[in-house]
Design a protein around this ligand. Sequence first.
Ligand code: GLU
Length: 499
Amino acid sequence: MGEHVNKEELILSSVRVRFAPSPTGPFHIGGARSALFNWLFARRYGGTFIVRIEDTDMERSTRESEENILAALRWLGMDWDEGVEVGGPHGPYRQTERLDIYREYVEQLLQKGCAYRCYCTEEELAAARDALLKKGEMPRYLGRCRSLSPEERVRLEAAGRKPVIRFRVPENRVINVNDLVRGDVSFECNGIGDFIILKSDGIPTYNFAVVVDDHLMSVSHVIRAEEHLPNTPRQILLYDALGWSPPEFAHVSLILGKDRSKMSKRHGATAVEQYQAKGYLPEALDNFLALLGWSPGGEEEILTMEALKQQFSLERVAKSPAVFDLDKLNWLNGHYIRQAPLGEITDLAIPYLEKAGYISTPLSEQKYAWVKMVVDAVREYLTCLSEITDHVAFFFADVVEAEEKEAKEVLAGEQVPAVLAALREKVAGGGEWTQADAKSVLKGAGKETGAKGKQVFMPVRVALTGSTHGPDLSQVMVILGKDKICSRLDRALKMIAGK
Ligand code: GLU
């Protein structure tokens, strides 16, 4: 089956894939992965990527959720060639706007005898289900309304019963699915039971609408989560009954938490927007999601969207479940934070700094340039941008206090007053300065007092930042500026002198 994805000439013009979310809640990371695999597959083979909204669950679907999903797709860098908002020749792309289309095909199935009206009530169905369960059998519809006579139908309708339409599942058939990820999978029709394709309110069920849409939209490959594998035989039966040939199927494995149970809220954030809010970069999330079930040929773990687009293939999608490893996501995000253009990272960091009360926007040009230096100094410590507020307090504070035991001990050193005083002397006098200037005054203070290396850097660091660790000291000194340095040194000297 691998040949379907290998023969590029064959595939170039014909790959049409879709992402078909149900807009019923937060956009799950698993949904984003399905979308990404489809998008990458389309881009890799010069195909078409479609976004279709499956909103037939009218109670749970909302426009707000749809908009969130679309915004998240865009944020992740995915564009679509056909679908909601962008349109296309196979629209409409929202299922609730296609109800007439579904009814037409339901009618066809009714006429062919492949579907029938079922008048069973909820209570009757529940009783039948219980009876099966009691016998230890799998609950399924046993075909009570399969062969109602026209008179019986009239009687039931006169009694006010509104029918659903069920698909007549052929008996004793085996459906083989040749899945591009899972390989050959077989299903016995007898276990399926006649399933509903149109509800009594005229709304199609998922299994029916998905088949009609995938066919009419000429979808060539259905790439979706493994949880839909059991739906596939139903869908194949519908393709058959409608006289259509089914697309290729590729069911991508579940995403598991580190404890190897299905990824859920108790494993941490599951919604894309939560990661966005924490300050994960779309590049990092894309890279991470791509590796959840797919792997490139080599050892490379850092893959930009451009690289992914060139390398993605269904052949390298693993059959085994993918484990969601937050440490890996953090590592990737840290990488992308460090290598992104500083201006971009600054712009993304500003909202977090503002929310924490460090700055208020709009920033003057000068203040923006200063904030940029702060971001430059601390970005190497960040796994996500929201963490920036944990690293910058001393840049913004009026005064700093050595609170950690270790920091206090540093200031108690014998040579400290002399070192700080010598430095104070050398820094005095206004004006801009560079890291090289800062380095040279530190050196000068050392020379003058006979203190070396750490004996200089540590007390200066503690006096200026309140802590024994942090960004490069000369960088800190440039960002703080001479005035702040002098006042902090003065304060430290006073404190040491017990004043
Ligand atoms: N609306 C379905 C879902 O969100 C789509 C399944 C499919 O891709 O066929 O799970």
